[in-house]
Design a protein around this ligand. Structure first.
Ligand code: IPE
Ligand code: IPE
Ligand code: MG
Length: 246
């Protein structure tokens, strides 16, 4: 039986987050420039987005470019931004066909003008779609997101709109970039690195973590299905005992 057939559709994670890592090493292994890896990584994105949509996953959030990634060589940063523009352009028809709603989180004002414009255009075009919500984390840093939420709440307190004692976990969460989205139940990281790299720190408090050695350009739909199956075998206890949750 294929991995897909073994998945229990009643127990799908509603939200899957992915740290798409290993593009550079993939290219290097083939004697090519890092950018070649990013280009091939787009093929994995396409495959995984389609597979998640087909299954009925509601939210897929992809770590596409971190706040820290701005510190990479200028040439690589420029190439990634250009790749983003051309990919949005090329894939928009497919997103429409697949009923995917595009979304973005992060410090988007830092993106080059053309990139920002293309992104907002694509988000707007897909805004009435009702299938998978595909969120790109761009210029995204989780600590920055948390500070930003604190600033928003502080401003509301200052204006008298809010009392400090009314700030609870739910309100704080609503003020993150991901406000309104459920927290991810499953976080996947490729490339054999066992770290979070400033991704969705608040939101993954109780996520199941899945690490694979595969480099991102080698990660395809079957790998997503395998990760979901692994997730479905776990017992999520949320601090309770095994007897309590069964
Ligand atoms: C992930 O692959 C893509 C981005 C961070 C933009 P990397 O570019 O980090 O590839 P490695 O980790 O150097 O192999
Ligand atoms: C995390 O990968 C960011 C993205 C996948 C976009 P990095 O390659 O930037 O993370 P580190 O530097 O290995 O922690
Ligand atoms: Mg990396």
């Amino acid at each position: 039986m294929s991995y897909k057939d073994q998945i229990d559709l009643q127990k799908l994670p509603r939200h899957i987050a992915v740290i798409m890592d290993g593009n550079g090493r993939w290219a290097k292994g083939k004697g090519k420039l890092r950018v070649f890896g990013h280009h091939n990584g787009v093929l994995s994105v396409r495959d995984v987005v389609e597979a998640a949509g087909e299954l009925g996953v509601q939210y897929l959030t992809l770590y596409t470019f971190s706040a820290e990634n701005w510190n990479r060589p200028k040439l690589e940063v420029t190439a990634i931004m250009e790749l983003l523009i051309s990919t949005l352009n090329k894939e928009i028809a497919k997103l429409m066909n697949n009923n995917v709603r595009l979304n973005a989180i992060g410090d988007l004002d830092k993106l080059p003008g053309k990139c920002h414009k293309e992104l907002l255009g694509a988000i707007e075009k897909t805004s009435a779609n009702t299938g998978l919500v595909l969120t790109l984390a761009l210029s995204y840093g989780s600590r920055n997101e948390i500070v930003h939420a604190a600033q928003r709440l502080a401003a509301k307190v200052q204006s008298g709109e809010l009392q400090p004692h009314n700030i609870d976990e739910q309100l704080f969460e609503d003020n993150l970039y991901t406000g309104g989205m459920p927290n991810p139940e499953l976080l996947i990281r490729t490339s054999g690195e066992y770290r979070i790299s400033n991704y969705l720190l608040w939101q993954i408090a109780y996520a199941e973590l899945y690490f694979t050695q595969k480099l991102w350009p080698d990660f395809r739909r079957e790998d997503l299905f395998e990760a979901i199956l692994d997730y479905q075998k776990r017992e999520r206890r949320f601090g309770k005992t095994s007897e309590q949750v069964n």
